[in-house]
Design a protein. Sequence first.
Length: 202
Amino acid sequence: MDDFPLAKRVGYFATAGVGIPPASAARAVAEYVQLAVEDPEEAVAAARRAAEVARAAFAELIGTSPGEVAVAGPGTLAALERALTAVGCGAGKNIVTDDLEYPGLLNLAATFASRCGYELRVVRHREGQLSLEEFKRAVDGETAAVVVSSVQWINGVRLDVDALGELVERTGAFLIVDGIQEAGVRRPALKRVDFYAAGTQK
C-alpha cells in the first residue's frame, strides 16, 4: 500500500477510467523529466532501455517472448486501432464484434468498418452471456477481422478465446483481442490470437 498512498484514505474503483499511478511510477517520471532537462540524449537512451525492460516484463506476464510484444499507445484502444490498420481495407467484406464490448472498442470497430466499406456484424448477448454459436453465424469466409474482449468490462464474462480462435482461423480472418481486463489476472490464451492488446495501467 506504500506505493498507493491514496488507497490508505479512500476506496478507489475508477481504474477503468483513470487509474492511480503508483508512487514509484511518479518518481520515475520526475527523474526522467529532470534527466531530459540536464541531458536530453541520455534521457532518450534511458527511455529506450526502460521500454525494453517493460517489453520483457509484459511478455513474461502474458506468456510470450519479448519479440512478440510491441510498445504501442497511448492505451489499449490505440493498440487495437493499429491492429485494425494492419488488417487493412482489402481483407474481406465484414468485421465482427459483440454488444458487450467497451464503447470505445465498439466505436473503433464501427469507424473502421465505415472507412473500409465493411459490414459491421454485432453478435448480441443473451442474458449477459456470449455464445460461440452466435459467433459461428456471424463469422464467414468474407470476415476480415473479429474484434472482441477476452473478459468483458461490463459484467466480467470470460470469452472462450481458444474456441473462438479455432472458428476464426478456419475462415482466414484475423482475431483481435482486447485483453485489458485479463492481463495480469490470468494467463491469456494466445495460441490462435493474431493481435492481443492490453494497457499496463491495471
